[in-house]
Each structure stands twice: as C-alpha cells, then as structure tokens.
Design a protein around this ligand. Structure first.
Ligand SMILES: *Cc1c(COP(=O)(O)O)cnc(C)c1O
Length: 407
C-alpha cells in the first residue's frame, strides 16, 4: 500500500490568492465597467533589461551550433556567473564570500523551500509573523511545524510577531530556537532592520548554535545607509547565516528564473551524535543530487545584469518601482493612513481604519475605490488589520489609484 507524506494533508489549501481572485471576479460581474487597479500583485510589470535579453539571444545562438553548444553544466552554476556574483554582490562591498560558497538555482522560492532538506525534523523553527508563506508551508511538509489550529497557527512553530507595538522589529524569543527565517527588506510589510537590529539576531544565533536563513530577495530596493544589503555585513554572520538572493525582483526575472544561495564554508550545524558538520558540504550534496543546474541561457542573462549596461538598466527598473513606492507612501500618508515600509522595499503596509479587519478593508477598497490589495491576514495572524500595497504596477495606474485614495 502506497502511503503519502501525511504532512501534506495537514496544510490548508492556499486560500489567499484564490479568495482574492474570487472576490475581484464577483465585483467585476456586478460592475462590468469598474476601472479596477491591481495593487495586490507580487510580480514585476516592466520587461527584462535589454542586456539580459541580448545575452539570451546570443546564448541561444550558441546552442544552435555543435561547436558552441552546451549540455549539462555544473549543478552549482557556471563559473562565469558565480564569479560575477562574488565580484559584484560581495567583493565590491568588501564582503568576503567565495565562488564555491555560491549555489545558483532557479530562484529563491525553490531555495528557501528546499533548504529544509538538510535540517533535522527535530529543529525548533522560528518565523517572523506576518511572513512569506513558503517558510511555513515547507516546514509543515518537512514535519517540523506540528499541527495547525483553525487560525492556521502551527503548534511547533515559534511565531515572532512584527506589529505596531514593536515597530515591526522581531523580538528575541524566550525559548531556544534552532532555525530562524528572516526576510529583509520584508515581504509583506516592506520594513527593514538596521545593522544593529540584525546584529542582535546574529549574536543570538552564535550564542545558541542556531542558524539564520536570511532572505534578501529585495536587497536591491534598499536606499537607506544603515540598512544592511547582506547579512554578511554583520560581524559573525559568516558563522551562522545562509543568504538567499534572487534576480526576480531585482532584474525582472520572475518568469525567467534565476537566484542563488550563499552557504559560507564556515557555517556549521550538528549531527545527531554532536559532530560539527559544514552546511556547505551538505547543501552541495543536496543541490547536485536533486538539481541539474539553471539553464545556460538564463545564467548568461543573469551574468549580463552585472555588465555596465546591465547595471544601468537594472538601476532604472529599481528606481521606477521605488518612485511608485514613494507615490503610494506619500499619497497614503497625505490621505491620513497609518503606513509602514515602502522606503527600502516595493511594498507599503497600510493599517485598516480602526475596527476594520484585513478582509473588510480589502472589500472596501475593492468596492469603493476599485483597487485590489492583498489582505495582511493572509500572511499570518499579525497581518490582521493591514493590507499590502504593491509598487510593481504601472506609473499611470499607481497615480490614478492614489488620486482615488486621497479623495
Ligand atoms: C519574490 C520573493 C522571492 C523570490 O522568489 P523567486 O523564486 O526567486 O522568484 C523570495 N522571497 C520572497 C520573500 C519573495 O517575496
């Protein structure tokens, strides 16, 4: 009798985006001419940088000819890309990361989800609340989350609330944890941690032999000086942190697919009999067993984001969304909303009017303003009472949305 992994049936159906789609469809049916603006999406809207498209065309042409054709490449990524990542994302900022500590992949969703493979089911896992749903669901699949209650709160996960009371800075837990997921700049709140606030976590991890899983998918949006772009800017992080990066939000690769994970050779965890084991070795084993490398063509596209033209084009993309975020932030503030984020991130986290829940506020914005947002409650209990505005839309739609909201 074939048996399933029962952990999968404990996970509630992903209800957030299907529920949003359902409510938008109902509203449209009742109001066929409603000028709906979508500010809920977590996907980019601008096309790829020309440098990346040109690189893909060139690479595709290479694949046409026997002389330049490439079959399987290194599972960890081609040297040309790993070296470019080290030079531009780390060495250029004075950070000591080596090419064999970089593992190129098809994106940060896969990596943040798959990383659980190398960790014991016995680890105590902490996540910030609200959070990117992948961390919760993949730990549930791996058997580390326990059982969910009616509110989708899992019995074995440690939730670190991020709310107005703590100004969206997660506080150290009062119990010992082994793995901690941190995502900064944060999805969904758009908030950040300063150097000193992140160091608190690195120090905790060092003192408790814990590992930090740091999701830096939005690092390119950081504009403020005291906000670290990489966790390796924090002293000691090379001993306790893995970092996940993605070309998705940075360079518009959401449909092209490329990301990477940094696993410093100095990060150690323990075997059941107490032996120290380097995570770099384990992740290399996992990655090369279950993954056969990111497409050559796509790796050339990613490499091109580091060329002089590529850098200029990526900068223009980020500046475009950053300006949208400013329009949203300042517009909402002017209209009297209480908001967070949007300064170093493409998301603005807006407080619903007193006494209104996330879904009620979502419905109000949909029905009265024809604006689609994402209800914060979909990201965890602490997201209740908020909605997320995304800056990934067009300039025209962003300006029009704010006109409606300021009224
Ligand atoms: C979008 C996003 C990612 C990136 O996912 P990809 O698989 O690289 O497209 C990772 N983490 C968070 C929090 C995100 O919002």
């Amino acid at each position: 009798m074939a048996q399933i992994n029962d952990n999968f049936i404990k996970i509630p159906a992903t209800y957030l985006f299907s529920e949003i789609a359902k409510r938008v469809a109902q509203h449209k049916e009742a109001n066929p001419d409603a000028p709906i603006i979508r500010m809920g999406i977590g996907d980019v809207s601008l096309p790829l940088p020309d440098a990346s498209v040109d690189a893909m065309i060139k690479a595709a042409e290479e694949q046409r000819h026997a002389k330049t054709f490439r079959g399987y490449g290194p599972e960890q990524g081609y040297a040309f890309l790993r070296d470019a990542i080290v030079a531009n994302d780390f060495a250029a900022k004075g950070l000591d990361i080596e090419a064999d500590e970089i593992f190129v992949s098809d994106g940060a969703k896969s990596d943040t989800g798959n990383i659980g493979d190398i960790f014991s089911v016995n680890n105590r896992v902490a996540i910030t609340d609200p959070s990117y749903p992948v961390y919760v669901d993949t730990n549930a699949m791996g058997g580390r989350a326990g059982e969910p209650n009616e509110q989708n709160v899992w019995s074995n996960l440690v939730y670190l609330p991020c709310n107005m009371a703590n100004n969206f800075v997660p506080q150290l837990p009062d119990e010992k944890i082994d793995l901690i997921y941190l995502c900064y700049p944060n999805n969904p709140t758009g908030t950040t941690l300063t150097h000193a606030q992140l160091k608190v976590w690195v120090d905790y991890a060092k003192a408790n032999n814990s590992i930090i899983l740091f999701d830096a998918a939005y690092e390119a949006f950081i504009t403020e000086e005291n906000v670290p772009r990489s966790i390796y800017e924090v002293e000691g992080a090379r001993e306790v942190a893995l970092e996940f990066r993605s070309f998705s939000k940075t360079a518009g690769f959401t449909g092209t697919r490329c990301g990477y994970t940094v696993v410093p050779k100095t990060v150690m965890a323990f075997s059941e009999n107490g032996e120290k084991v380097a995570l770099n070795k384990l992740w290399n084993r996992r990655h090369s067993t279950k993954f056969n490398g990111t497409s050559y063509v796509v790796q050339r596209a990613a490499e091109a984001t580091f060329s002089p033209e590529g850098k200029k084009q990526v900068k223009a993309l980020i500046e475009f969304y950053t300006e949208n975020a400013r329009i949203i932030r300042e517009g909402l503030e002017k209209a009297g909303y209480t908001i967070y984020g949007g300064k170093n991130a493409p998301y603005v986290w807006a407080k619903a009017p007193e006494g209104m829940g996330s879904w009620e506020y979502f419905d109000y914005l949909l029905k009265e303003k024809n604006i689609v947002t994402t209800p914060g409650a979909g990201f965890g209990l602490s997201g209740e009472g908020f909605v997320r505005f995304s800056a990934f839309g067009s300039r025209e739609a962003t300006i029009e949305a704010l006109k409606r909201l300021e009224k």
